[in-house]
Ligand binder design. Structure first.
Ligand code: NAD
Length: 356
């Protein structure tokens, strides 16, 4: 089997620490786990940007395109770069540059103890969010006028194309079909955003009719937040736009034990050979950086999603089982009530994987 190259970008804040743990796991898979993996470390992030102005060079993008099967990204965001110039170039360079239109974020609680809702267990928290990843308010269309005057105007346009809306909705239904999920919800704000989200409503209805075996339901995003807290078990697959997906999945992370437990994939489902981008949902958490306190499980679970994408779904289950065991045996970081550091919690999981 030809080897698969994975590019690693630690990024900022806690990003390099959790990426280091993810890297050790990938190294183990390459060395002893029988997977033909090559790792390529990229020195990109705020530190590099502040040193020489580099954000996301064209030659790096080309090499990722030509040679890499996947990219692992820790997190981006550094208070020394308040306009996020480097983060925008790197993150959007990957997401938009490779047209990775589906940001897939599983929300699954691996232990009852992690579920913060009264009377709910891990069985109540098991859904997947399909966030549109290339349009919406994140595309940077807009501008400011009369800046720094009392009459300042600031505009961010919300871009929704028929093409973009349809393909993410199709991806959500295809996922439901192939993963035995019976229901897809589409979350929008069509009562207020009558132009853009009427498009979502219409396309959802049209696409949904092609999948008669799957129930489809529309929900306003504000009500979705309410229902997710009241009874998340009613959701299986949720498809929504870029902004709402970003927000709702942090709520989802709250249901599964916090941002230290949430992983994500950025992919182009219409082309299985396209490079995929894998990242923990969390950001760079600057106050935690350099203290060996960040929870590495989101990063390790992200390695699972990455390996599954590369064709080894059993390894995703194996990693998830090891993380579940760490939770059961309280081999966890402080955010989950434990006393281990980032390195020790991750090492425990890696040992468990090696024994399994
Ligand atoms: N994809 C990305 O790279 C990404 C995503 C979100 C935020 N950010 C950036 O990260 C920076 C910080 O943003 P923020 O504070 O809003 O979000 P954050 O995700 O960094 O942190 C939010 C909260 O979760 C906690 N947390 C996050 N990850 C954790 C982990 N692994 N273990 C334990 N606790 C963890 C933090 O301590 C904080 O209380 C900003 O610059 C933001 O723009 C980047």
């Amino acid at each position: 089997m030809s080897s698969k190259t994975i590019a690693l970008i630690g990024g900022d804040g806690i990003g390099p620490e959790v990426t280091h743990e993810a890297r050790l796991l990938l190294e183990w898979y390459g060395r002893e786990g029988g997977l033909p993996l090559e790792l390529w470390d990229l020195d990109l992030g705020a530190e590099r940007y502040l040193k020489d102005g580099t954000t996301f060079p064209e030659e790096v993008k080309k090499k990722i395109h030509d040679d890499c099967a996947a990219v692992f990204l820790g997190a981006l965001g550094d208070p020394r770069v308040p306009d996020m110039a480097h983060a925008r170039d790197i993150l959007f360079g990957l997401r938009f540059g490779f047209d990775l239109y589906a940001n897939i974020r599983p929300v699954r609680a691996l232990s009852d103890d992690l579920v913060p809702l009264k009377g709910k267990t891990k069985d109540d928290v098991d859904f997947v969010v399909f966030r549109e990843n290339t349009e919406g308010v994140y595309v940077g269309v807009g501008g400011q006028m009369r800046r720094n005057t009392p009459h300042e105007v600031a505009i961010n346009e919300d871009i929704n194309t028929r093409y973009g809306v349809e393909r993410i909705i199709v991806a959500a239904f295809e996922y439901a079909k192939s993963h035995g999920r019976k229901k897809v919800h589409m979350a929008d704000k069509s009562n207020a955003m009558r132009h853009a989200h009427e498009l979502w409503l219409r396309v959802f209805d049209e696409v949904g009719k092609r999948y008669p075996e799957i129930e489809r339901a529309h929900v306003y995003v504000d009500a979705l937040c309410l229902y997710l807290v009241q009874d998340p078990s009613q959701f299986e697959v949720i498809v929504t736009n870029n902004l709402f997906g970003d927000i709702v999945t942090d709520l989802g992370a709250g249901l599964q034990g916090g941002l230290g437990m949430a992983c994500s994939a950025n992919v182009h489902p219409a082309d299985p050979h396209r490079v995929g981008l894998f990242e923990p949902v969390h950001g760079s958490a600057p106050p935690l950086a350099g203290k060996n306190v960040a929870n590495p499980f989101a990063a390790l679970l992200t390695v699972g999603a990455l390996l599954s994408f590369l064709g080894w779904p059993d390894e995703e289950r194996r990693i998830e089982a090891a993380v579940t065991a760490a939770l059961a045996e309280k081999q966890v970081t402080k955010d989950l009530g434990g006393s281990l550091g980032t390195d020790a919690a991750a090492a425990w999981v890696r040992r468990r994987i090696a024994e399994s």
